[in-house]
Design a protein around this ligand. Structure first.
Ligand SMILES: NC(=O)c1ccc[n+]([C@@H]2O[C@H](COP(=O)([O-])OP(=O)(O)OC[C@H]3O[C@@H](n4cnc5c(N)ncnc54)[C@H](OP(=O)(O)O)[C@@H]3O)[C@@H](O)[C@H]2O)c1
Length: 192
């Protein structure tokens, strides 16, 4: 959802610091956690995601690509939480947000999209379990549906700018009572 070069431009303006790592390469996650030891993280936002190769319909699934999708979309947020939990706990906001998707809704699925949909359903379980496990450390964990985000907003999608603005507002309003929730970009509950 970031325009190409957008983060680099923000860094050049001195507004953000960039750190390169790969959520599927756990040693790079651990290395960054060590580099940032003692640095509080108010909001650990897990945005990294793979959509997976098309097609994803019944009979056409690429199983090795599905594994790659699961490594990033499902295992990535758990690994991030495990590696950065001390940083989050040391902060004021103590929040972990995971960008999920309405396509992970078991209740609403129209079928198809096996790799992507299953990864988002699974990460919802990861987030829900994290909410339970980290409750004693006063850490709030939520799953957020940011979309649909599309360049062609006339086809029913949100612009990236509108989605980010709404997600920021939702995160701003979070309280510990929201932990374990699956929320849409407008703050409404997304069906599991
Ligand atoms: N766009 C939508 O309509 C929509 C709707 C619902 C949910 N979502 C979810 O929202 C999140 C962001 O979506 P998006 O549209 O911004 O996706 P995107 O434009 O494809 O960006 C995905 C980001 O994830 C990063 N990434 C992928 N694999 C990674 C890895 N192994 N380690 C670290 N970073 C990795 C990519 O980095 P590189 O560019 O460096 O590879 C890229 O910055 C995703 O989780 C997606 O599933 C999006």
């Amino acid at each position: 959802m970031v325009a190409p070069g957008g983060a680099v431009a923000l860094a050049a303006a001195g507004r953000v610091t960039l750190h390169a790592f790969d959520v599927a390469e756990h040693r790079t996650v651990d290395r960054l956690a060590r580099e940032l030891a003692g640095e509080p993280i108010d909001i650990l936002l897990n945005a990294a995601g793979l959509a997976g190769h098309e097609p994803q319909a019944f009979g056409l699934v690429d199983y090795s690509d599905w594994l790659a999708v699961l490594q990033v979309n499902v295992m990535g947020p758990l690994k991030m939480a495990e590696s950065f939990v001390d940083h989050v706990e040391a902060s004021e906001r103590r929040t972990i947000a995971i960008l999920s998707s309405r396509m992970g809704s078991i209740h609403e699925t129209p079928g198809g999209y096996y790799p992507y949909s299953s990864s988002k359903a699974a990460v919802n379980m990861v987030g829900r379990s994290l909410a339970a496990d980290l409750d004693a450390r006063d850490i709030t964990v939520v799953m957020l549906n940011p979309g649909p985000v599309a360049a062609a907003t006339d086809r029913g999608g949100l612009s990236a700018t509108a989605s980010v603005a709404q997600l920021r507002a939702v995160i701003e309003r979070l309280t510990p009572a929201d932990s374990g929730s699956f929320l849409n970009y407008d703050g409404s509950a997304c069906p599991w």
